[in-house]
Design a protein around this ligand. Structure first.
Ligand SMILES: Cc1cc2nc3c(=O)[nH]c(=O)nc-3n(C[C@H](O)[C@H](O)[C@H](O)COP(=O)(O)OP(=O)(O)OC[C@H]3O[C@@H](n4cnc5c(N)ncnc54)[C@H](O)[C@@H]3O)c2cc1C
Length: 405
């Protein structure tokens, strides 16, 4: 059977949804995934953060700034480029995918929309070229789903801002050269401020007791009297949550696309195993219940992929007209839907693949075991699915019915 990812790229091309440029970047993702696969598995088995290899390989294949325009050092792609690259890397694992998501979506997409030219030159260009990394610091120990209550604060001084606060579960926080910090001030409200790494940014701890995503860097950071010049304000005072939302919109499409890749890998693994393993004197693939599991995984793949293709379509339209509020709403609804559908589907697919593998499946040596643990996070981060579902319903019923605030 043609490799699932290649088939998807070919179909999109035949449907006229993507161009030769998309095919090229998909090929780069394919090479990066091949190169990363064994290094990533090795690091996973040792439960080691693998971020240095992620950076090296993604930089080598031009995937550190997928959507960033070429004039800022990026690949000049669009939402489809992002979705395709993330799908292929999701096959390798959600660890490298999470790294890529923070680099391309949470930080670069945010800078593309809100940074001024000077900030783009200083921060976006080195990110897109793969020379630097940046973290997105929204979550705090006491506030995750409700960022409007965040407590990190800044005071205005003569030449800049002084920031204090704690940020929790921050991806890439050990290595990031700079941070987008969401922080409040009594009179100015929640604002986004770029902070460069210095001794006032303290790595409280690396969160390495996670249940999975071992190769991804997750940290607890403290900002203690961190001073930055006024020019580091990103967007306007009081618009911090809108700034954050730009990153999350892009990030949710990224996570959903990665989940499609994880399901593909589960399907490939399940098919191979069904053709090799013999029980009761015949290949397990000849037992009907085993066949049923494969059918369910393929159904999971189909629903996830269709929702992601649709979300990418709306995201592309929104990106071309970022000030059109109707397009933004459509993109938001479809991306949220894709994130929920794809992450739920990935959890089900991985569960079925683990079951199909039997006892060997219940280990991180087999790909389904790794996906089973790692895709679990995709139902929590960048907006828990429970809250996102309430948001989807409020889109249908109207703002008066908003049940999550
Ligand atoms: C591996 C990993 C990496 C991460 N990386 C980053 C990062 O780089 N930057 C960053 O800022 N954050 C990051 N996060 C944090 C992540 O975005 C939050 O964990 C997530 O938003 C949920 O917040 P919380 O953990 O505080 O859960 P809580 O908000 O405490 O929610 C707990 C439970 O209550 C439910 N709940 C809460 N409110 C409602 C409601 N109104 N209605 C119904 N149910 C509700 C939630 O669905 C959840 O099940 C990361 C998390 C993980 C696991």
């Amino acid at each position: 059977m043609e490799q699932l990812f290649q088939r998807h790229v070919r179909e999109l091309k035949e449907l006229g949804r993507i161009t030769e440029d998309h095919v090229k970047i998909a090929e780069s993702a394919d090479k990066a995934a091949e190169e990363l696969y064994y290094q990533e598995m090795d690091a996973y088995l040792k439960r080691e953060v693998n971020i240095k290899n992620h950076i090296k390989i993604f930089k080598k294949h031009g995937l550190m700034g997928i959507q960033v325009p070429k004039k800022y050092g990026g690949a000049g792609g669009d939402a489809y480029s992002l979705a395709l690259v993330f799908e292929r890397i999701g096959q390798v694992g959600m660890g490298p995918l999470t790294f890529l998501d923070v680099q391309n979506c949470l930080t670069e997409s945010t800078l593309m929309r809100w940074a001024n030219e000077k900030q783009k030159e200083k921060y976006l260009v080195p990110l897109a070229k793969g020379d630097k990394t940046m973290s997105f610091c929204l979550t705090e120990p006491e506030f995750g789903s409700d960022p409007s209550s965040l407590q990190a604060n800044f005071v205005e001084e003569k030449n800049g801002f002084r920031i204090n606060g704690e940020k929790y579960l921050i991806t890439n926080g050990s290595v990031a050269d700079s941070f987008i910090v969401f922080t409040r001030n009594k009179s100015k409200g929640i604002s986004a401020i770029i902070v460069d790494r210095d001794e006032h940014v303290k790595l409280e701890t690396e969160i390495n007791q996670k249940m999975g995503l071992f190769t991804s860097d997750t940290t607890f950071l403290k900002f203690e009297d961190a001073f930055v010049p006024k020019e580091n304000l990103l967007g306007e005072f009081g618009k911090g949550l809108s700034v954050a939302y730009t990153g999350l919109l892009s990030g949710r499409l990224g996570i959903a696309s990665g989940c499609v890749g994880a399901i593909e890998d589960c399907l490939n693994s399940a098919v191979s195993r069904a053709r090799e393993r013999i029980q009761f004197g015949k290949l397990i693939g000849k037992h009907q219940l085993v066949q049923h599991r494969i059918a369910v995984i393929e159904e999971n793949l189909e629903s996830a992929r269709l929702s992601v293709d649709r979300a990418a379509y709306w995201k592309q339209k929104h990106d071309r007209n970022p000030d059109d509020q109707e397009l933004r709403k459509e993109a938001d609804h479809n991306i949220t839907m894709a994130k929920v559908i794809a992450s739920n589907a990935a959890s089900k697919a991985a569960d079925n693949a683990v079951q199909l593998f039997g006892g060997f499946g219940y280990s991180i040596l087999a790909p389904p075991g790794r996906h089973y643990i790692d895709v679990r996070a995709s139902r929590i981060y960048e907006g828990s699915n429970d809250v996102l579902e309430l948001k989807l319903v409020s889109d249908l019923l109207g703002k008066d019915f908003e049940a999550y605030r």
